[in-house]
Design a protein around this ligand. Structure first.
Ligand code: MN
Ligand code: MN
Length: 464
């Protein structure tokens, strides 16, 4: 009787043992080696432009070349397409014709940050400051009193483009947003978290030494003279720029056992890197064409030229289908897309936000979200059960550790990703990604095991 119940339990209920606990020594080595490559990618890629550039550098090493209309589409051809140095697409042409569909892993490489405003420089109280406009959903208080770097591009009127990376080098100074001392914060402390800090209260201090001589704004002048000698730029040039302040410092292992990764920008570069690593593993042409999409602007709704709503992707796919409408439609009809974006990891510090039976846990593997959205699944791509079934099949085949989750309790908030924009194109799409703790914070936490299985999940999708 005892035996019977044990067997029945194993057959009918979910297995109790987590994949993480069945790891072999070889698995542990593979997970650590993968984490090393991923962390190196994070250190190079702190803006979407840098994430694109580094992806292209890695791709070039693997024989990928820029795609142009009419390029040969023979099995094994490897192409890249970049839109505005931001949205980046990699294509490995498969043995089957494009009319049979392609396998897509789509993630995003933009992250919450503090972009400088068009007129970003001012002087007050004897110091110079930048004034930023935050990008994406941030909890403002998290960005104060931490070291920040300046990264981005300045586009001069003569067409010259200057890349700015200030604060990465350990000998470089960093920038920092100051906060009120607790002694004087009695009133501020009574304000709700969401209103205690405004969009205008995130101004990093950037200098305090006045330029020698007489007159106004000499600290500002001194700061500009440093930027001018290092980058050859003026305040006028900074008006046509994309400069962002991002957290300074490198990705680090976290925990005494070093099982976790702490870093800025893991949402969603963790999935971007996973899809790249899976693509670069392909020694020969896949059966169906593999496509990796590294989208921009996901954090502000996938808008604009380089976001997933942009027709740039459609134009590229049409071009790959030789602009033949029949082939193009058939390609969309038969394609599959893993919308690879991070999940909210269960945080025992905030149990009130999660429904434990439907939450993603650290070391539970890649987390599949059948739907995201908010309230009654509003704004969500609610993937078909058939799609989930198919995913289970390829994940089992590829030894992918996975779990199912929702984005937290039903009515506490919500969110979305690129999934629905792919589904709207007529592509079968489902969402899955790495569970993250402190999502959108300057230092986000993932588990190395889950990062690794985001990569095995991408590999599995490329076998469809
Ligand atoms: Mn994301
Ligand atoms: Mn996000």
């Amino acid at each position: 009787m005892e035996e019977n119940i044990k067997e029945l339990r194993e057959e009918l209920l979910l297995p109790k043992k987590r994949a993480f606990e069945t790891m072999t020594a070889a698995d542990t080595i593979a997970v650590e080696a993968y984490a090393k490559g991923y962390m190196a990618y994070l250190d190079k890629a702190k803006t979407e432009r840098e994430a694109s550039k580094e992806a292209l550098r890695l791709a070039a090493d693997k024989g990928y070349v820029p795609y142009a209309d009419g390029a040969p589409l023979t099995a094994g051809s490897k192409y890249t397409a970049v839109f505005g140095d931001k949205m980046t697409i990699l294509i490995h042409i498969g043995k089957k014709p494009l009319s049979e569909g392609v396998n897509i892993v789509a993630s995003h490489i933009d992250c919450p940050r503090l972009d400088l405003k068009p007129n970003p420089l001012y002087e007050d109280g004897g110091a110079a400051y930048f004034t930023p406009h935050y990008y994406g959903g941030i909890r403002k208080y998290q960005w104060l009193t931490i070291p920040l770097e300046l990264r981005g591009v300045v586009c001069k009127a003569n067409g010259e483009k200057v890349e700015v990376v200030f604060g990465e080098d350990e000998d470089d100074p960093v920038l920092c947003i100051t906060d009120l001392l607790p002694h004087l914060a009695r009133e501020q402390g009574t304000k709700p978290l969401n209103s205690a800090y405004t969009g205008e209260s995130l101004n990093p201090i950037i200098g305090s030494t006045p330029y020698e001589g007489e007159g106004e704004d000499r600290v500002k002048l001194a700061v500009m003279s440093i930027l001018s000698s290092r980058y050859g730029i003026t305040v006028e040039d900074s008006r046509s720029a994309e400069l962002s302040t991002v957290p300074a410092g490198k990705a680090r292992s976290v925990g005494f056992d070093a099982s976790l990764i702490g870093a800025y920008g893991q949402d969603d570069r963790v999935c971007a890197y996973a899809s790249l690593a899976a693509l670069f593993d392909q020694e020969e042409a896949p059966e169906r064409t593999s496509v990796v999409i590294l989208a921009d602007k996901e954090e502000i709704g996938s808008e604009g030229l380089s976001g997933m709503k942009s027709a740039k992707f459609d134009h590229l796919l049409a071009s790959l289908c030789s602009n033949d409408l029949g082939t193009y439609n058939s390609c969309l009809d038969h394609s599959f897309c893993l919308s690879c974006d991070v999940a909210a990891g269960y945080d025992p510090g905030f149990p009130e936000a999660f429904e434990k039976r439907n939450a993603a846990f650290l070391n539970g593997g890649v987390a599949i979200c059948k739907y995201t959205g908010s309230g009654g699944k509003s704004g969500s791509n609610d993937a078909n059960a058939e799609t989930l079934g198919k995913l289970r099949g390829i994940f089992a085949e590829g030894n992918v550790a996975w779990q199912l989750c929702e984005l937290g309790k039903v009515d506490v908030g919500g969110g979305g990703t690129v999934a629905k924009f792919m589904a709207e194109r007529g592509i079968e799409t489902i969402d899955a990604g790495t569970p993250v703790l402190s999502m959108h914070a300057p230092f986000e936490i993932t588990s190395k095991f889950d990062c690794y299985h985001t990569y095995t999940a991408s590999k599995a999708v490329f076998t469809l």
